[in-house]
Design a protein around this ligand. Structure first.
Ligand SMILES: NC(=O)c1ccc[n+]([C@@H]2O[C@H](COP(=O)([O-])OP(=O)(O)OC[C@H]3O[C@@H](n4cnc5c(N)ncnc54)[C@H](OP(=O)(O)O)[C@@H]3O)[C@@H](O)[C@H]2O)c1
Length: 250
C-alpha cells in the first residue's frame, strides 16, 4: 500500500532528500510543505521522476492558521517528517531579541504547531520524526537560540512519544551532525567570519572533529529518518537517533 507522508522543509536540503528517498524506495506519496512555491515545485518534480507522487503546500510553520488551512483539506497521512528549520548565531552579547525569538518560533514552536495541525490526519501505525541536531545534544558558543530549540525538540519528541504511543503513533527524533545543505554553508560562513578563519579552514577543523572525518550528505540523513518512519520500527520510541558519524555515542 502506498504510504502518504508529509514533510515540512520538503523544498530543500534534508527534507527534500527524505522525499526523494521515500519516492525511490517505496514510491511514496509525498506532501511537501515550505514557503517557496518554486522550490517546492522543483522538489515535487524530482519526486515524480524518482517514482513517487507529490503535492505541495505553501505554509509557514509559525503560522497556525495557515497550517490549519492545509490540514483541513488533507486526507489521511501515514507519517510526518518535521524538518523545516532555520539557524544562525545569537551571541548573548550581540544578538537581537527578535532573532532569538524567531529561531525559537521556527525550530521549536514550529514543530509543535506542525504536530498539532496534522496529528488528526494520523491514525494507528502513524510515524512522526522530528529533526533535531547534534546541537540538541551539546552546546556551541554563539548558538544559544538554536541549541535551546534543538534541545527542546528532543524533549518534545520524548513527551509526545509517551502521549501518543497508546494511539499506535510512534514519535522519535534524529540528531544529525554537519550535513551539506544551504544551512550548513551559511553556518560555515558565519562561524569562519566570527573566528577569523577562512571558510576552508573552518570546514577542515569541523571535519577533523567528526570521527569519520567528513560532513554528510542529506541522503544519508534520509536513510535514518526512513528507518524511524518504517512500520518495521516498532521498538524505537521516544528516542533520538544520532546521525553524526560517531561524535556522540549514547
Ligand atoms: N544542515 C545541517 O548541518 C543540519 C544539521 C543538523 C540538523 N539540521 C536540521 O535539519 C533540518 C533541515 O535543515 P537543512 O540543512 O535541510 O536546511 P535548509 O537546506 O536550509 O532547508 C530548510 C528547509 O526548511 C524550510 N523552512 C525554513 N523556515 C520555514 C518556515 N518558517 N516555514 C516552513 N518551512 C520553513 C525551508 O523552506 P523555505 O525556505 O522554502 O520555506 C527549507 O525547505 C533543520 O531543522 C535543521 O535545523 C541541519
Amino acid at each position: 500500500m502506498t504510504r502518504r507522508i508529509l514533510i515540512t522543509g520538503g523544498s530543500r536540503g534534508i527534507g527534500r532528500a527524505c522525499a526523494l528517498h521515500l519516492a525511490r524506495t517505496e514510491a511514496a506519496s509525498l506532501v511537501l510543505l515550505g514557503r517557496d512555491a518554486a522550490a517546492l515545485n522543483a522538489s515535487a518534480e524530482a519526486v515524480r521522476l524518482a517514482g513517487g507522487r507529490a503535492e505541495i503546500h505553501c505554509a509557514d510553520v509559525t503560522d497556525r492558521t495557515g497550517l490549519a488551512k492545509v490540514a483541513r483539506d488533507l486526507g489521511p497521512l501515514d507519517g510526518l517528517v518535521v524538518a523545516a528549520g532555520i539557524s544562525g548565531m545569537t551571541p548573548v552579547d550581540g544578538a537581537s531579541d527578535a532573532f532569538f525569538d524567531q529561531i525559537l518560533a521556527v525550530d521549536l514552536t514550529g514543530p509543535w504547531n506542525t504536530v498539532r495541525a496534522f496529528l488528526p490526519r494520523l491514525g494507528p501505525g502513524g510515524r512522526i520524526v522530528l529533526v533535531s541536531s547534534v546541537l540538541g545534544r551539546f552546546g556551541v558558543p554563539g548558538y544559544g537560540a538554536y541549541c535551546a530549540a534543538k534541545h527542546g525538540l528532543i524533549g518534545l519528541a520524548k513527551a509526545l512519544a509517551l502521549e501518543l504511543v497508546d494511539r499506535g503513533i510512534v514519535v522519535n527524533a534524529v540528531a544529525p551532525g554537519w550535513v551539506d545543505t544551504d544551512m550548513a554553508q551559511t553556518g560555515i560562513r558565519q562561524i569562519a567570519a566570527a573566528t577569523g578563519q577562512t571558510e576552508a579552514q573552518f570546514r577542515a577543523q569541523a571535519e577533523a572533529a567528526v570521527p569519520v572525518k567528513r560532513f554528510f550528505q542529506p541522503e544519508e540523513v534520509a536513510h535514518g529518518i526512513a528507518w524511524l518512519l518504517n512500520p518495521a520500527n516498532t521498538m524505537q520510541v521516544g528516542q533520538c537517533l544520532n546521525l553524526d558519524g560517531g561524535v556522540i555515542q549514547s
